[in-house]
Design a protein around this ligand. Structure first.
Ligand SMILES: NC(=O)c1ccc[n+]([C@@H]2O[C@H](COP(=O)([O-])OP(=O)(O)OC[C@H]3O[C@@H](n4cnc5c(N)ncnc54)[C@H](OP(=O)(O)O)[C@@H]3O)[C@@H](O)[C@H]2O)c1
Length: 327
């Protein structure tokens, strides 16, 4: 009978999360019963969306929910075989038993690293793909701004826009990430919003205005972009990370959406599941051709998970933040 270590939320953060809000708890996990599998998680995804759930949604004194990739190590159901890889939402724990609900079998691409299925070829990549092409209705050659452009979602959105022949500006809060965006990814302009006032910098970087702003941040970034939107521009609103710790997202100039007839639309990835096969084909091709580059920040072991989430909110990740639990 395996023991599993898991991360519990033990108190709700006010502002930025801290290690005291979490506890590492060990518990016995039963062997798989009839109709069940025992899964060992290999990789855990660390996502900004976890932060709002620490305030409301995530139960106290229970294992934190989150995306993960696991391997079936015992099976007493015909639906899964030992060795199957399964995506699940039961991250932040090492082992769990399941009747299979919420488990999706993954057949990894043999020509790509497994971790890529956790970001560019997985959920964050799909979010970028559908958010930009379906929600944002991107057209070839348009003027585009992507915030958190060096992050898991942002880096893919920015590179898809480049593939479509667009002029692309990205923002980040770190000089090292800015250099990667400029030198490796080839963005047309990069703004470090921590060292340059975002409104002035975006104005200077967008002489032809903006047709699409892929918003990961909200707040001042959205205000700055709204001032630059061209007539009939689109703003797919993917995330509001600047407001996740405080719970507030102030935007003072929303009336600009009227004058410029801007479409501002929030979305979640399940909105465009009909595009998933197209996404997998396109993204696997772009990754193999080196047209989409990526970075990963991988912390080792379950005990590192709270600090990984804290670090993600503080910008300590280059690209996708993951925790590796087993090889
Ligand atoms: N709608 C959906 O279905 C969906 C799905 C996935 C993610 N999202 C959203 O997409 C956004 C990016 O998620 P991700 O998983 O790709 O994370 P990520 O960008 O890889 O990591 C988060 C990054 O956000 C930046 N950041 C933190 N605080 C900030 C602030 N106050 N202002 C500006 N930037 C800040 C930091 O980068 P810097 O060092 O550059 O500041 C940090 O590295 C989030 O808002 C998330 O909630 C939405």
């Amino acid at each position: 009978m395996p023991k599993s270590r898991e991360i519990h939320l033990v108190s709700r953060p006010i502002g930025a999360p801290a290690v005291e809000n979490f506890a590492l708890v060990e518990r016995e996990v039963g062997d798989a019963a009839d109709g069940e599998v025992l899964v060992q998680n290999l990789l855990m995804s660390v996502d900004p969306a976890m932060r709002p759930r620490l305030t409301a949604g995530q139960a106290l004194d229970e294992a934190m929910m989150g995306g993960a990739l696991g391997r079936v190590v015992q099976s007493k159901t015909e639906a899964f075989a030992v060795g199957d890889l399964v995506s699940n939402r039961l991250g932040f724990r090492e082992y769990f038993t399941s009747e299979g609900k919420g488990l999706t079998k993954l057949t990894p691409d043999p020509d790509l690293p497994l971790t890529v299925h956790m970001h560019a070829l997985g959920g964050t990549g799909f979010t970028a793909y559908g958010g930009l092409l379906h929600i944002g209705q991107l057209k070839d050659g348009e003027q585009v701004f992507v915030s958190t452009a060096a992050g898991a979602v942002g880096s893919v959105a920015a590179q898809i826009a480049k593939i479509k022949g667009c002029y692309v500006v990205g923002s980040t809060g770190d000089d090292g990430k800015a250099a990667w965006l400029r030198d490796e990814v080839g963005l047309d302009a990069v703004i470090n919003y921590k060292t340059q006032p975002i409104k002035k910098a975006l104005e200077e970087a967008t002489p032809k205005g903006l047709d699409v702003y892929f918003d990961n941040v909200g707040g001042e970034h959205l205000e700055a972009a709204l001032r630059r939107m061209n007539t009939l521009g689109r703003i797919p609103v993917c995330g509001f990370i600047s407001g996740y710790n405080s719970g507030h997202s102030n935007v003072g100039n929303l009336s600009n959406i009227i004058y410029s007839r801007v479409m501002l639309r929030g979305f979640v990835a399940p909105d465009f599941m009909h595009l998933y096969a197209d996404f997998q084909r396109d993204m696997a091709g772009w990754l193999k051709a080196g047209k989409v580059k990526y970075q990963e920040t991988i912390r080792e072991g379950i005990a590192a998970a709270p600090q990984a989430l804290i670090g993600l909110m503080a910008g300590q990740n280059a690209g996708k933040m993951l925790v590796r639990l087993a090889s």
